[in-house]
Ligand binder design. Structure first.
Ligand SMILES: CSC[C@@H](O)[C@@H](O)C(=O)COP(=O)(O)O
Ligand SMILES: [Zn+2]
Length: 226
């Protein structure tokens, strides 16, 4: 498959879907300070040859303009005539697509994913258990524990991208960059959005749960605080 062999209609459909997702995340204030990048794959998946649309680098993603996205190949090289530059973190998207064959990868910076990834940064993973939203990852065992990988936030993006294969867990559709943000993915935009929202819920839950544990003693069976 070549990029030119992918129908214009399909490419336009992907861009239209990305625009809607981007507006929905902007409404959540998930793009502070031009942070965040979104991508969706186009055409069939071949680990040696795939293409995706990704947000242009450095733009205010809370705004919608005619120049918000561009197409790149499996190496992150631009495959169309444009003055836009692909996201500075395109290689991380490339690696996630290559390793998972997913259809969409969404990256956002939030206070909760930054605080939680820093808190558990030395451990290299965020542990979570007994939170109903874990079922959003299609993990249905009762009280199932999950471990969300945390990678170091190197300034050199290729050094982060090369670590992705070693930490990927096929059950956990996301990775954190310490003090930076999360990448969540899925077979399509709907699933990637579901996973991202579940991760952000889990991080907010963990943040408040840890604060409660450290500030208010638990209530005993007879209703008294120890
Ligand atoms: C300006 S802070 C955010 C960036 O450094 C980066 O982490 C990010 O998420 C957005 O980069 P971009 O190149 O616009 O896709
Ligand atoms: Zn980022």
């Amino acid at each position: 498959m070549t990029f030119a062999s992918i129908s214009l209609e399909h490419k336009q459909q992907v861009l239209d879907e990305l625009r809607v997702i981007k507006q929905q995340f902007a409404a959540k204030n998930w793009f502070p300070g031009t942070s965040g990048n979104l991508s969706m794959r186009v055409g069939d998946f071949d680990p040696e040859k795939f293409y995706f649309a990704i947000t242009a680098s450095g733009k205010d993603k809370s705004l919608s303009t005619p120049e918000d996205f561009l197409f790149v190949d499996r190496s992150g090289l631009v495959v169309e005539t444009t003055s836009l530059k692909p996201s500075a973190e395109t290689l991380i998207h490339c690696e996630i697509y290559r390793m998972t064959g997913c259809g969409a990868v969404f990256h956002v910076h939030t206070v909760f994913n930054n605080v939680i990834s820093e808190w558990f940064g030395d451990q290299g993973a965020v542990p979570a258990q007994g939170i109903e939203l874990i079922k959003a990852f299609n993990i249905w065992e009762e009280n199932a524990p999950v471990s969300i990988p945390v990678l170091p936030n190197f300034a050199h993006i290729p050094s982060i991208a090369e670590l992705v294969p070693d930490v990927l867990d096929e059950r956990i559709p996301g990775i954190l960059l310490r003090g930076h943000g999360i990448y969540a993915w899925g077979k399509n935009a709907f699933e990637a959005k579901k996973h991202l929202e579940a991760f952000e819920f889990i991080f907010e839950y963990l943040y408040h749960s840890m604060l409660l544990k450290n500030s208010v003693p638990p209530v005993n069976a007879d209703g008294r605080r120890s």
